[in-house]
Design a protein around this ligand. Structure first.
Ligand code: ADP
Ligand code: MG
Length: 681
């Protein structure tokens, strides 16, 4: 048996019939490799043989007993009973629904047998009902031991699954390890075969810091990073360098009411290097809300247009696209090139004109929503695509995007979701990353306060004052997961309460609204026709609400730190001081107090994201679930942080010498091979 065995169907195993196969597949155990990766989560200790006088009711125990008498009542529904004893007492083994012949074979009169199962006590007698194991003394060793406990389901019991997993483990082909022995030793790992065997047969499977476990984590991470690196290779193709001088961007910079921060300059420089190079740019700018990503992208756009290309800027929503359009018109007012705006709603006639002028190259910059990427839209010479506020694209969508832009087209993404380093590697390893950590100098820190919900009435005078001062307020209602309806009803209730206090000054936005209706209300808020916006968390990232200075977040413990930080970033973008009030139900837990302290003390999205990760774990972080990358099965970015670094470095070092064949096993094992196949060149 060779590697093929590992990727063959479980149907080829002994003891797997159609029924069991169906149950296993429901548990996503389809191939032998899935059995390999399905680790036990605990063990059942059947090792000790108990005397009957020492039995403990309710426990799973193993006994060695002599069969005395079998009883098969001829009345339906009455169980069959086998009376047994040892020198210290008596016990009955009880069977429902089992055939006489079978039991007579299993329990020969006067023989000693090993029985293991849950001990019951009924009518003053010990019983084991439908025992897990019954065997003759020769096979005692098979039963009387620690037996790995797997997560099982209906139709699969321990004995059946054990038969499968033991078959797989004992037939495990010897794999030529893709890690060199020196590397394994140096990094205190263990070779592949040994690790798999230990994971299934010792306590290693349950100890996520054991050598064997760390080995499988390392493999999983390598598979992920290799996928990203492979995708990167396919995206970073050759292109012609863009030729420009800094003259034009210097003029724009001079006319800005502020100086760029050092970080903005640094990132601009990184982008310019990419534009000037002969490899396609594939870069993401990561910067906190308000760190000033837009202007950086605009200066890059200018450079690309000046070098004779067209550019496209895409935003996730129409309203954000429109804000960009208005801003860009203002910033580029002295430039004499055509800038157009296109969304799904653009009228047919205008749209036709735009399409024609794109094709002739007359339009230099097109701003809009997803509509920019419809098939019918063709550019004359597209040189750069900028995508704002994207954190929902996975590897595949990103590579599709690069492909759509065409060979000469550089790609720049922007995201206001700071994420921890481990996650950055896992999600964006295919891209170059530019970070903006520095905030524009004059930006004031948002004051963050916490309050018990009981004292909500103390807020009204404060809000009233804000409104009198012409300020605006966000009111964020708790998001009730998995129920848009409940979200809606709780937000609506709050809306009614607030609307009573401030009639005609309140708007409501919730997840069930169509995007057009949402945009309408947002516009009303932007135009200051209403002062308070009650929302679930659907407030768009990226939209500038210069007059919103207060945000109230209800049930704040429901949100992660990073999310709270994002939310409060919606206020205080203008001249006034921004305030964020976190409302909590009842008393605060220790954890909640810790979390508020982090928020109060820090304004650094990256730091907050790291803390959030420590407090809540990977899956809860914004962006991760929608990222299109499967959750890690073994790797934990907090516990295995060092392995993330190690695997990242390992794959980086490989880049030039990557030997597909050597790693194809690994990629297949962790289902990454298919992802790679769908990433087109
Ligand atoms: P984001 O990174 O969240 O997209 P924006 O690009 O929208 O942030 O910038 C937020 C605000 O900060 C804008 O009003 C912008 O004009 C302003 N801004 C950008 N850079 C600077 C700077 N260096 N100094 C002062 N204000 C700046
Ligand atoms: Mg932005």
């Amino acid at each position: 048996m060779k590697k093929d065995f590992i990727f063959s169907s479980i149907d080829n195993l002994k003891g797997v019939g159609p029924q069991l196969s169906k149950y296993l597949k429901k548990k996503r155990i389809d191939k032998i490799k899935d059995v390999i990766l399905n680790l036990p989560y605990s063990e059942t200790d059947r090792s000790r043989i108990y005397k009957l006088k020492d039995l403990e009711i309710g426990k799973i125990q193993t006994v060695k007993i002599q069969v005395k008498k079998l009883n098969f009542p001829r009345i339906r529904n009455l169980p069959n009973r086998i009376y047994c004893e040892d020198e210290t007492g008596k016990i009955e083994i009880v069977y429902f629904n089992s055939r006489e012949g079978y039991l007579r074979k299993l329990f020969p009169i006067n023989d000693f047998v090993i029985v293991s199962g849950k001990i019951n006590y009924f009518n003053k007698k010990y019983q084991i009902t439908n025992p897990d194991y019954v065997t003759s003394l020769e096979n005692q060793d098979y039963v009387a031991k620690n037996i790995p406990k797997y997560n099982l389901t209906k139709g699969i019991n321990e004995k059946k699954y054990r038969y499968i997993s033991e078959q797989v483990i004992s037939n495990l082909p010897k794999i030529d390890d893709w890690l060199e022995e020196g590397f394994i030793k140096k990094n205190k790992l263990i070779n592949w075969n040994e690790s798999i065997i230990k994971l299934h047969t010792s306590k290693d499977g349950k100890n996520n810091q054991s050598k064997s476990f760390r080995r499988i984590v390392f493999d999983e991470l390598c598979a992920n990073f290799l996928t990203l690196s492979e995708s990167r290779k396919r995206v970073k193709i050759n292109k012609s360098p863009k030729i420009f001088t800094n003259k034009n961007s210097e003029i724009i910079k001079k006319n800005l009411p502020f100086n760029l921060t050092n970080d903005q300059e640094k990132v601009l420089n990184e982008i310019n290097q990419d534009l000037l190079s002969n490899k396609r740019m594939f870069r993401i700018i990561q910067g906190d809300v308000g760190s000033g990503k837009t202007i950086v992208s605009l200066l890059s756009i200018l450079n690309v247009i000046k070098s004779g290309y067209q550019c496209a800027l895409m935003s996730p929503t129409e309203i954000l696209a429109k804000q960009h359009y208005i801003l860009i018109k203002k910033i580029f007012k002295n430039e004499n090139f055509d800038i157009e705006f296109l969304t799904g709603k653009t009228e047919y006639k205008l749209r036709k004109v735009i399409l024609t002028n794109l094709l002739t190259g007359k339009i230099k910059l097109l701003i809009g929503t997803h509509a920019l990427f419809q098939k019918k839209i063709n550019f004359n010479k597209l040189g750069l695509v900028v995508i704002d506020e994207q954190h929902k694209f996975g590897v595949k969508q990103r590579s599709d995007l690069a492909k759509k832009g065409g060979q000469e087209c550089d790609v720049l993404l922007m995201s206001a979701t700071p994420i921890p380093r481990t996650m950055m590697m896992s999600l964006y390893g295919d891209m170059d990353i530019s970070k903006i950590t520095e905030k524009p100098a004059k930006r004031r820190k948002i004051i963050t306060l916490s309050k018990p919900e009981k004292k909500i009435n103390e807020l009204w005078p404060f809000i009233k004052k804000q409104i009198l001062n012409n300020n605006q307020v966000f009111w964020v209602c708790p998001l009730i997961e998995e129920s848009t309806f409940l979200d809606y009803s709780s937000a609506k209730k709050k809306f009614e309460i607030i609307n009573k206090k401030f009639p005609n000054k309140v708007g409501l936005i919730h997840g069930a609204l169509k995007s057009e209706e949402k945009d309408k209300i947002l516009k009303k808020f932007l135009l200051k026709k209403i002062s308070i916006l009650v929302t679930t968390t659907v407030i768009e990232v990226g939209i500038d609400f210069p007059n919103a200075n207060l945000i109230v977040i209800e049930n704040a413990n429901k949100f992660g730190l990073a999310q709270l930080h994002q939310l409060r970033g919606r206020v205080g973008r203008g001249e006034e001081q921004g305030t964020c009030i976190l409302l909590f139900k009842d008393g605060l837990s220790k954890n909640a107090i810790k979390r508020i302290k982090v928020l109060k003390d820090s304004n650094d999205g990256f730091f907050i994201a790291e803390e959030d990760l420590k407090l809540r774990g990977f899956g809860d972080l914004i962006g991760f679930q929608q990222s299109g990358i499967k959750n890690f099965r073994f790797a934990d970015p907090v516990i295995h942080e060092d392995l993330f670094e190690l695997a990242d470095k390992y794959v980086q070092d490989l880049k030039k010498t990557i030997n597909q064949k050597k790693f194809s096993f690994l990629l297949k094992l962790f289902d990454r091979a298919e992802i790679i196949n769908t990433i087109e060149n």
